[in-house]
Design a protein around this ligand. Structure first.
Ligand code: XIL
Length: 356
């Protein structure tokens, strides 16, 4: 089937819109030309300590998400201690500047503090997860409009036997932990947009095809059981050396949107460790991957937001795992290390504005 026919067919399948958009009414900051709100993952201390960083966030972003702060290892150093300093400061910054804040994330396999290793029963795991959601979502009720409730629940290399990623939640509660987390979050803040966030869908590989299939099975099961799941977060950590599977992504998005789910791009960056060293060539390839990814989504539905995982190459998580062998700094983000816009920023702006 030709791509265009497929896409129009998918649209004609009576796709229903997702839940009420969480960011359509972004604060006064929203520029009328930027039809789709743009945002970035933020390192809160840099807002205070680095004026160029702060200016870049103020100049480009309509929404923000904490790169840290709401991860368990930041938030819960001890079982009976919550440290809200970072998310409180980010929310205050967002409120003061007409921006909205996303909450990331309530249940994940990673960034867990050591004390959680002592949790050994289903009953204890449920109690701790509920206590976390009640405390954290309760604190920001009505002020954080969208939560990544469960992050990266599906295995990176799913099989029929093990579709789900190993985590304290999956090990002790099972796949039902996803439903429990969503239902508890909805009970605490019935107006929040509840998002299932994941990555690894984007390329024409067996691994990505298996991931898309396993993810869709999980989502269909949740929706069939009436779980309050409102939107899907496509993280968008794109391997720069790999083609984008536009048809594969458009089919995934059409299926998800057909279930009444909104779509958000939540962590876009392009991992350039295997791309040419030449910066002009590399930057163009980075932009082309993002453009193809966004277009594959946009051909089916308007994503509610496009969020990059950082705003400047000066501060990116990418070298933690994908440092270049030639030692050249990674260039995964919309602004270079000196805050100059790159082709990736232009590709994002063309997309967000084109959807007016
Ligand atoms: C990463 C942060 O960027 C790092 O600073 C931190 O050390 C680990 O977590 N997918 C996610 C994000 O959902 O939460 C991760 O963020 C990057 C991968």
């Amino acid at each position: 089937m030709h791509r265009r026919q497929f896409v129009l067919g998918a649209l004609g399948a009576g796709l229903t819109a997702g839940s009420a958009p969480a960011f359509a009414q972004a604060g006064p900051k929203e520029c009328t030309r930027a039809a789709i709100p743009f945002g970035a993952a933020i390192r809160v201390d840099l807002l205070r300590d680095d004026q160029e960083y702060r200016r870049a966030v103020l100049g480009h972003c309509q929404l923000v998400v904490g790169e840290g702060g709401l991860k368990w290892f930041d938030l819960r150093p001890e079982a009976d201690k919550f440290v809200f300093d970072q998310p409180d400061r980010l929310l205050a910054f967002a409120d003061a500047n007409g921006m909205r804040m996303r909450g990331h994330t309530l249940a994940w396999y990673a960034a867990m503090p050591k004390w959680t290793e002592a949790i050994s029963t289903k009953k204890e795991a449920e109690r701790v997860l509920y206590e976390h959601i009640d405390t954290v979502v309760g604190r920001y009720k009505g002020r954080i409009p969208s939560w990544d409730v469960v992050n990266e629940a599906v295995s990176e290399d799913p099989t029929a036997e093990t579709p789900m990623r190993k985590s304290i939640w999956q090990d002790l509660i099972g796949t039902q932990h996803v439903e429990l987390a969503f239902r508890r979050t909805a009970a605490v803040d019935p107006k929040a947009q509840l998002v299932l966030n994941d990555f690894g869908f984007e390329n024409p590989t067996d691994r990505c095809r298996a991931k898309r299939a396993a993810f869709l099975r999980l989502v269909r099961n949740l929706k069939d059981r009436g779980v309050p799941l409102h939107a899907i977060g496509l993280q968008g950590h794109l391997p720069g050396e790999q083609e984008i599977d536009k048809d594969g992504i458009s089919r995934l998005v059409a299926e998800l949107h057909g279930m009444g789910l909104s779509i958000l791009v939540t962590e876009l960056d392009v991992i350039d460790d295997k791309l040419p060293r030449d910066r002009a060539i590399r930057d163009e390839i980075v932009a082309s991957r993002a453009r193809a990814f966004l277009q594959a989504i946009g051909d089916v539905c308007r994503p509610e937001a496009v969020v990059t995982w950082g705003i400047t190459d000066q501060f990116t998580w990418v070298p933690i795992w994908f440092r270049r062998k030639d030692g050249d700094p990674n260039r995964p983000l919309p602004l270079d290390a000196n805050y100059r816009p790159k082709p990736l920023m232009r590709a994002i702006q063309e997309f967000t504005r084109a959807k007016a």
